[in-house]
Design a protein around this ligand. Structure first.
Ligand code: SF4
Ligand code: SF4
Length: 183
């Protein structure tokens, strides 16, 4: 069968166009600024909701530990890496012991979301790399020290619950009125 001249030309045009597009992409990326940075000399600015290392907090006014040992974080944690023992006291309770196996943490943030006293939070850092897994078994003292060492993420249990709460009655009424007048 004789070769079809029209088909050959069409295929050649397609090939040239594809090579042209590929070369264009190569050239664009060749002159583009790199997206990588020289970590750790240069560090990126992390987003406010960054889910990094977990830590425990102190009350900034009284200096007391915020954790009341309620164990909600322990119950909610999917891989069950948190263990808390409650210490009952006269005015409030504390965590007698608090351990967190960071090497098995999923960074799901559920423990932060349920904490009633904003005692457990995530920090805007992941700088805890180590070759020794034992260093990632965090006890109460280490968790408190991490809370002072790194900048905290915006998210705390109370802030997150406020975001999910239904609109305040005044706001809801105003919205309802606006909807009625629009109809
Ligand atoms: S972030 Fe998730 S997996 Fe990690 S300790 Fe909290 S609840 Fe557990
Ligand atoms: S960190 Fe929060 S949720 Fe966990 S035991 Fe302490 S107070 Fe309860």
């Amino acid at each position: 069968m004789e070769p079809d001249g029209t088909g050959f030309l069409a295929e050649t045009a397609q090939l040239v166009s594809a090579v042209g597009r590929a070369m264009g992409a190569t050239l664009r990326n060749f002159v583009r600024r790199p997206v990588t940075v020289r970590y750790p000399t240069i560090k990126r600015v992390y987003p406010d909701r960054f889910r990094g290392i977990l830590a425990l907090t102190y009350d900034s006014e009284t200096g007391e530990e915020n954790c009341i040992g309620c164990r909600l974080c322990e119950y909610i944690c999917p891989p069950q890496v948190i263990k808390v023992e409650m210490l009952k006291a006269e005015k409030r309770n504390f965590a007698k012991t608090f351990t967190l196996e960071l090497y098995a943490c999923e960074f799901c943030e559920l423990c932060v979301q349920v904490c009633p006293t904003d005692a457990i939070i995530m920090m805007k850092s992941f700088d805890l790399a180590t070759a020794d897994r034992r260093e990632l078994l965090l006890d109460k003292d280490r968790l408190h020290a991490l809370g002072l060492q790194f900048p905290p993420s915006w998210a705390t249990g109370n802030r997150l619950r406020d975001m999910q709460a239904p609109p305040k009655p005044a706001k809801a009424a105003a919205k309802g009125e606006a909807k009625e007048s629009a109809e």
